[in-house]
Design a binder for this molecule. Sequence first.
Ligand code: RIB
Ligand code: CA
Length: 315
Amino acid sequence: MMRPIPVICDCDPGHDDAMMLLLCQASPRIRILAVTTSCGNQTIEKTTYNALRVCTLLGIRAPVAKGSPKPLFGQPITAPNIHGQSGLDGPNLPEPAVPLSPLTAVELMAQTLRQSDEPVTILSTGPMTNTAALLLAHPELKPKIAGISLMGGGIAHGNWTPAAEFNVLVDPEAADLVFRSGLPITMAGLDVTLKALITETDIRRIESISGEVARVVAQWMEFFYAFHKSIGYAGAPLHDAVAAAWLIRPELFVTQQMFVRVETQGDYCRGATIGARPGRTDQSYAPNARCILDLDRQGFVDLVCEAVASYGGAT
Ligand code: RIB
Ligand code: CA
């Protein structure tokens, strides 16, 4: 068995962020060193409360630290239409039984990198404010970052605006800093995450799994699917779980090295992720990210269901 991948989960729970944490905690391939929160799906207070509740539910004992209350520039954007007023509407969740770290997210990220005996992967599934702030405040720690597996962007199109995906749109300057960092990046953008659908059949399968976690997940999926069904989706897109599944079962995915830059200007294109495939002559478009473009959806759903069942109950 290969050594587990040490990760810092930077997230804005969020139903699909919660599923990212669930996959990481269930997998022997991953070791969660820290959880940090960003303001995205809901305010930083709500995403942090949700992170503590999810860690309590899943038995995650890693430290949890609160991130920035706003993007590097501009004002927060939240998504109550998708994740509800709490940011994680649906089932009742246990009150936090794990303490909130007294450190800020950036302080915990930096401490985690310093203390790790090997480079750490940042698993980013919300706006990239904390990661950008970490890179700005602690450039000396870049060698301790193995890479960044992020859910964000979309080469073909956006979701929050026609051009921009939500995580990048909330903090385009942060995303631009990350994509220019020179660190190994794997981008789980909308190009693949809109295919990572949990259908009603899959929800019925999850309902058939016994155990408290399965019951909660089935209700999360029902709630998360409701909005997407209302706008014509065939299932709930588990955006953030893809960034985790890539680390756990990379063979489920099709990727391509691409040049990716973030547009930070423009009335209509702010937050767009502009991509170019290799083959251009000028080196100014040299690839800087591995973009995930497709997946084995059934294999992905099987991974999710096996992870859910691992918390107690048979698939
Ligand atoms: O655009 C999808 C992304 O925005 C996901 O990370 C979801 O949780 C929201 O943060
Ligand atoms: Ca998210």
